[in-house]
Design a protein. Structure first.
Length: 87
């Protein structure tokens, strides 16, 4: 289970890199690239999967912090979806 959790963490970081890296690369012409939406969805999916694995790994959890992070990720995904549709 620990290896699966580590793989999910790696994919979660890749999703963040897809969002921020493309944003930095397009600073001169601020548009939403379709890959940013894919990165946001990847972060949502891996974040939810990691939340599901936490009880199996007996980790200490701050559910308030995880809830806030989920809401922020959901807002980013919705904004990326809207920006992708406008393009």
């Amino acid at each position: 289970m620990k290896i699966l959790f580590d793989i999910l963490v790696f994919l979660h970081i890749i999703g963040a890199t897809m969002i921020v890296g493309i944003w930095i690369g397009q600073m001169k012409k601020p548009t939403v690239h379709p890959r940013q939406f894919d990165g946001a969805v990847l972060q949502l999916i891996t974040g939810i999967a990691m939340m599901g694995l936490i009880p199996a790994l007996d980790m200490d959890v701050n559910y308030a912090k995880l809830g806030i992070k989920f809401v922020v990720a959901l807002v980013v995904a919705v904004l990326a979806f809207i920006g992708r549709r406008r393009r």
